[in-house]
Design a protein around this ligand. Structure first.
Ligand code: XMP
Length: 516
């Protein structure tokens, strides 16, 4: 796609930092297009994008050690401004004639930095001289390149920032993209607008109009498109978008694998109807339960569900005579995470990795350049109701990975009932929208209790609620105790098979959000 608002944006070369996506998201919040490419992309590919500025991200490697990722010198030749962050700063120092050494102590976490405002570096124009920043490094710049000026130092005396060539090169040892860094947004904004001279022209309304025009051309007047709807935000937004240009030529298939939440299939299908999507529901619960009989290992479950899902979907798609295009709700993080970043494959995403090799359709992925929050923002432009867009993320294998141990209809129903109570109480306490994900897990553990005078031996339900920005890390939510108490009493009272409710307070890391 050749979008005018994409040239003139900020290009980020990724050296594998966990925060790289955050840099791009922050810049897009300023309505400036930002794209992430692997660090070893060729200078020609960079030039072809006409960036107004380049950011070199942080990364796990050391410029001092062997196999340090390096870039072509022409990228920092002065044609466009460059900002180096953490590893990016050390790389710039090394390339431009300075040196980097292994520090004695390293700096991790919140650190105070004293800035030298007399240098009048643009990046700090709206920043006071003493701030707290987020540091995460062992190496430090021990000698500045000729012509570079130090812009400040941390408590340990390490160089915290430098600039040279009238701000054409700026380097920060800390992470301005991380919330903990005070005035981080001001620094990135100063780089984007004052140093690089970008225009705020990445508007999602314009993106939507252009994306429709491009798709219209791609699919022509007669092509048919098939799409698997999951009830999630991404596939729904993708389908509604395409339906605007494809109308009845879009055939949506909703595979009900039996691992959905209470009443979810009916609610979601009702909403699809209101959005004028033509959806076929395929009831495959028995097929999935049969294939998973006695399977308890998380990996086995995921694999079986993934493969069967593709098979059921394909059968259903073929039964309607096939299509030229397969529509997928792939979003930008899926694209980045499936690629080579910092030299290593991070993970193969289910949207990208789960497709058969001999797929006979072309892929249509209209959302592949958007972040999740951008997908949510174009939802209202397509008349998708707000409460639907704000639904918590739900994994593809659904309750199958929240019902630990063997999967039976009875155990799944217990989990569905408990989960519905937890979510209902979270919604009525007004906390739903401030929580990233809340759900119940059913454990393969029973415990002894008393009901009246009788001994019970009931199931165990876990309550899990997490806060997160992007699911890469998460913190447990400190739920009000009266809410936990109410939910516990209701679950034990209304779901008689449950004898005990426990609360999961583990963050990610070390745990993951899901239990399997
Ligand atoms: P974890 O458990 O890895 O989950 O911390 C991170 C986020 O991804 C969701 N998740 C999935 N989503 N298919 C999906 O579409 C999956 O197989 C899957 N597994 C985990 C999870 O709910 C959380 O939001």
């Amino acid at each position: 796609m050749n979008h005018d608002d994409k040239s003139g944006g900020i290009l980020i070369l990724d050296f594998g930092s966990q925060y790289t996506q955050l840099i791009a998201r922050r810049i897009r919040e300023f309505e400036v297009y930002s794209e992430i490419l692997p660090w070893n992309v060729s200078p020609d590919e960079i030039r072809a994008r006409h960036p107004k500025g380049i950011i070199l991200s942080g990364g796990p490697r050391s410029t001092v050690g062997p196999d340090a990722p390096d870039i072509d010198r022409s990228i920092v030749s002065g044609a466009v401004p460059v900002l180096g962050i953490c590893y990016g700063m050390q790389l710039l120092a090394n390339m431009l004639g300075g040196s980097v050494e292994r520090g004695r102590l390293g700096e991790y976490g919140r650190t105070s930095v004293k800035l030298d405002k007399s240098r009048e570096a643009k990046i700090f124009k709206d920043v006071p001289d003493g701030i707290d920043v987020w540091m995460s490094h062992w190496d430090e710049v021990s000698k500045l390149p000729d012509g570079a000026v130090s812009l400040g130092s941390s408590e340990s005396g390490a160089c915290a920032a430098f600039s040279m060539d009238n701000d054409m090169i700026t380097a920060l040892q800390f992470h301005p993209e991380v919330e903990t860094t005070q005035y981080g947004r001001e620094m990135l904004s100063a780089f984007v607008f004052d140093v690089c001279g970008c225009d705020a022209n990445w508007k999602l309304g314009d993106w939507t109009a252009r994306s429709l025009a491009v798709m219209k051309e791609q699919i022509g007047e007669t092509d048919r498109i098939v799409c698997g709807l999951s009830g999630g935000v991404d596939s729904t937004v993708a389908a509604v978008l395409v339906s605007k240009v494809a109308g009845d030529r879009l055939d949506c298939i909703f595979v009900d694998h039996g691992f959905l939440r209470k009443d979810e299939a009916d609610l979601v299908l009702e909403m699809y109807k209101r959005l004028n999507l033509r959806v076929r529901r395929v009831n495959a619960q028995d097929r999935f339960l049969g294939a998973l009989k006695d399977k308890t290992s998380p990996e086995d479950k995921r694999k079986i569900i993934g493969e069967l899902f593709v098979r059921v979907f394909e059968e259903s798609a073929k039964s309607e005579g096939g299509a030229e295009w397969l529509l997928q709700g792939t979003i930008y993080p899926d694209v980045i995470e499936s690629g080579f970043v910092g030299g290593d494959v991070i993970k193969s995403h289910h949207n990208v990795g789960g497709l058969p090799d001999d797929l006979e359709m072309s892929l249509l992925e209209p959302l592949r350049e958007l972040f999740k929050d951008e997908v949510r923002k174009i939802g209202p432009l397509l008349d998708i109701p707000d409460d639907f867009l704000k639904r918590h993320p739900f994994p593809g294998p659904g309750l199958a990975v929240r019902c630990l141990g063997s999967l039976t209809k009875e155990r799944l129903d217990i989990l569905r009932e408990a989960d519905a109570i937890f979510i209902e109480e979270i919604k009525s306490s007004g906390l739903y929208d401030s929580i990233w994900q809340a759900f119940c897990v059913l454990l393969p553990v029973r415990s002894v209790g008393v009901a009246g005078d009788a001994r019970t031996y009931g199931e165990t339900v876990v309550l899990r609620a997490v806060k997160s920005l992007d699911a890469m890390t998460a913190e447990s939510v400190r739920l009000p105790w009266d809410l936990v108490d109410r939910v516990t009493k209701r679950i034990c009272g209304e779901v008689p098979q449950v004898g005990r409710v426990v609360l999961d307070v583990t963050g990610k890391p070390p745990a993951t959000i899901e239990w399997e």
